[in-house]
Design a protein around this ligand. Structure first.
Ligand code: TNX
Length: 720
């Protein structure tokens, strides 16, 4: 499966880089960005297909036409959104669609071939879902093109690497509205993601209406059963399955508080609270699960059912009355064995409901039926181990969007790599040496050791990957920009050939995809703007300028409740601050770094644009300081704004020096290097897990992102 782009007729095979160059050379409004990159793109000569009317799809062999007609209508609506053009209904463009097999299913028949030629667009899909994937490609080929649509004649051949390509939303920690979930589903369809895993219950809440156990819903917000049915149908229309997760036996405080008769509560306290879990020693627990899962499972027609199974405390059951008897009767040596016993009974319940069970990696080795799917979340080793025991496996380690790592971090981790995600042994050793408390948290399960590559049998068991966005610091209004555009880069990792690894090219396309997603309906920027305007109604622009070139600290460093909890205090953190609004990847700063590199490489015409940009950043400081004075939510970021201005000045001096043909003085270089070193420190301070607890974090939890671009300019001017 080699990625190739060819230009027929001229006999030139284009490398990825050349293709990108070609696209950049095209007028900006026409530059398409394909993501995930297809298996192959062959340009057929230099001709273009002009689109002046709506796309008129004609389906053959695709079975029930209704869902695909709706898909075609969505496609046309998006074309309108992306272009703003009034298309003439009298000159429709033929989209002739054929399916090789009419069988549906979100991971069946996703492969397609797409040809753009003089007579229109032809789609030859393996199945109806492949038509949806081809439509997603058409959206991107149209691109943002307000001056008119022209698509180069070409042939695309495409098929996914993995049949399971997902994201996970955590509706339990903080409730997520149906409207917000639907926006994410829309974006998923555009990126060819096919699985939405909803984490629906946890300590903080049980989020699906239960008529059998109504007390589960007494404590907070939840989805009505009718809303669930609507969501499931909405997703299915877009070729996306919804996987429900009800986390047991741990992460279940909400259940235990509502129905204490099925719970175990420890006498000892952990972080100031008693621990809770379902009680594996009581028959009432299994009757409860049978009835609860029996009510929930039919709401979700997908054959998979996720029961969690993660992070069960090993002491929660110590004080339980029936525990000794259970352990003796079932010959269970320890609480790990008790947990396995519980999971086997839960698996039997799930099986009776006709579902295939999924559990987090802790369920590996619990003696579960071989068809149980394991979701690896802490290390690549866990994925390797789960496949080695014969379980189908979904890879999530390395793709945790809630850790706020940049897009290219997860993009650089191959789902099939056996030692790529997790703490290195050296890092773990260092952390354990720091304090007994840390040693307690840094378990072996977090450590990724060197590991043999997957065998061909193991490779077959790796069915795909999922990017989770846990909800501790991701309330409804942050979902869009915490999920996107980073999930688009991961969608490529999960769909495209493993050989597609060029990060610079990914970011170039991601910038376009991000614009397209916003134009099509994401609330990412609207939400950032809402936060800025709330904090500084008198000059939200100054705040927005600062946010555009900063990003939040990573790896839970912004979750201040953790430290409070460790100190035995409860603390409610409002998630409406600058660090909540800042984009994880500053695409503005990246663009600046690219421009700086081109300038340093000799494109002198960029001097004016670079200087204007740097002057804006320098001048924003005065504006920002004015709104920040006396504003409690902005005070902390005053040094951030100063730092941006100081860096901008260093960059301006560098461009001036290059333009004047002189070298920066050693003192100037030294001053700039000091600033840049400070920035590198800020970036490093939360780069790795646990850093948040052992390293000071930058002001306002914000990392300034223009360092790499300024570095390029200063180096260029120092070397003159
Ligand atoms: C671990 S990932 C969890 C979640 C947390 C997440 C981030 C997994 C299976 N369990 O419950 O939200 O870390 O804190």
């Amino acid at each position: 499966m080699n990625f190739r782009i060819e230009r027929k007729g001229q006999g030139v095979t284009k490398s990825l880089g050349l293709w990108a160059g070609l696209l950049l050379a095209a007028p900006a409004h026409a530059a398409p960005a394909l993501m995930p990159l297809p298996q192959s793109v062959t340009l057929n000569g230099d001709k273009m297909l002009a689109i002046a009317g709506p796309l008129r799809a004609d389906m053959r062999g695709c079975g029930d036409a209704t869902p695909l007609d709706r898909a075609a209508a969505r496609l046309n609506r998006d074309v309108f959104k992306h272009t703003g053009l009034i298309l003439d209904a009298k000159t429709p463009v033929a989209v002739s669609v054929t399916c090789r097999d009419a069988t549906g299913g979100v991971d069946a028949g996703e492969a397609y071939r797409l040809t753009v030629g003089a007579s229109g667009i032809a789609i030859d899909a393996d199945g109806p879902t492949g038509v949806l994937r081809a439509f997603a490609t058409v959206r991107q080929l149209v691109g943002l093109s307000p001056l008119g649509i022209e698509i180069p004649h070409q042939t695309i051949g495409d098929a996914p690497r993995f049949g399971w390509r997902g994201v996970m939303l955590d509706t339990a920690r903080q409730f997520i509205s149906v409207a917000t979930i639907k926006r994410q589903i829309d974006a998923m369809e555009r990126l060819k993601l096919n699985t939405l895993h909803l984490h629906l219950s946890d300590d903080q809440g049980f989020r699906v209406e239960s008529l059998r156990y109504p007390k589960l819903n007494a404590g907070g917000e939840y989805y009505r059963q009718a809303e669930i049915r609507d969501l499931v149908a909405y997703a299915a229309d877009r070729g996306i399955r919804i996987i429900p997760e009800f986390d047991v036996p741990g992460h279940s405080r909400a259940i235990v508080e509502a129905y204490p008769e099925v719970g175990s509560v420890s006498k000892t306290l952990f972080l100031g609270q008693p621990e809770m879990a379902l009680n594996p020693a009581s028959d009432a627990t299994y009757r409860f699960l049978e009835r609860l899962f029996g009510e929930m499972a039919p709401l979700f027609p997908d054959p998979h059912f996720h029961i969690g199974g993660d992070e069960v405390s090993k002491t929660v059951w110590a004080d339980d009355a029936g525990m000794k008897a259970l352990m003796a009767r079932e010959k269970l040596a320890d609480y790990k064995a008790v947990e396995a016993h519980f999971l086997r009974r839960a698996a039997a319940i799930v099986r009776r409901l006709g579902k295939t069970m999924i559990g987090w990696e802790e369920v590996t080795g619990a003696g579960l039926p071989k068809d149980t799917i394991v979701q690896a979340w802490q290390t690549s080793n866990a994925m390797a181990d789960a496949t080695a025991t014969g379980h189908r496996t979904i890879m999530s380690a390395g793709y945790y969007l809630n850790l706020l790592m940049p897009a290219d971090y997860g993009y650089g981790i191959d789902p099939a790599a056996t030692s790529a995600a997790g703490l290195t042994p050296e890092h773990a050793k260092m952390l354990r040496g720091l304090s007994p408390l840390l040693a307690n948290f840094v378990t072996d399960a977090l450590v990724d050791f060197p590991h043999a590559a997957l065998s061909p049998e193991q490779e077959k068991l790796l069915i795909g990957a999922e990017a989770p966005l846990w909800g501790e610091i991701a309330p409804d209004q942050l979902i869009d920009h915490h999920l996107w555009p980073r999930a688009a880069a991961l969608a490529e990792r999960f769909w495209s050939p493993a050989t597609v690894t060029d990060k610079a090219d990914m970011y170039r396309r991601l910038a376009v995809v991000a614009e397209q997603l916003t134009v099509s309906g994401l609330d990412d920027r609207a939400n950032q703007q809402r936060i800025a305007a709330r904090i500084a109604p008198n000059d939200s622009g100054a705040v927005a300028n600062l946010l555009a070139v900063t990003g939040p600290v990573r790896n839970m460093a912004h979750d201040h409740r953790i430290k409070a909890m460790l100190a035995g205090k409860r603390f409610v953190q409002p998630l409406n601050a600058l660090a909540d609004a800042a984009p994880v990847d500053s695409l503005v700063a990246r663009r600046f770094a690219d421009d700086a590199a081109r300038y340093a490489g000799g494109e002198r015409a960029l001097a004016g644009a670079l200087k204007a940009q740097l002057a804006d950043w320098r001048d924003n400081d005065a504006r920002f300081q004015e709104v920040a004075a006396g504003n409690r939510m902005l005070e902390a970021a005053r040094p951030t704004s100063e730092l941006i201005a100081a860096l901008a000045c260093a960059g301006l001096d560098a461009v001036d020096a290059v333009e004047a043909g002189r070298k920066l003085s050693p003192a100037e270089v030294d001053a700039a290097n000091k600033l840049l070193a400070r920035l590198e420190q800020e970036e490093a301070a939360s780069w790795r897990p646990f850093d948040a607890f052992i390293r000071p974090q930058p002001a306002a939890d914000l990392i300034v992102k223009i360092g790499p671009g300024v570095r390029t300019l200063v180096d260029a001017a120092a070397a003159k």
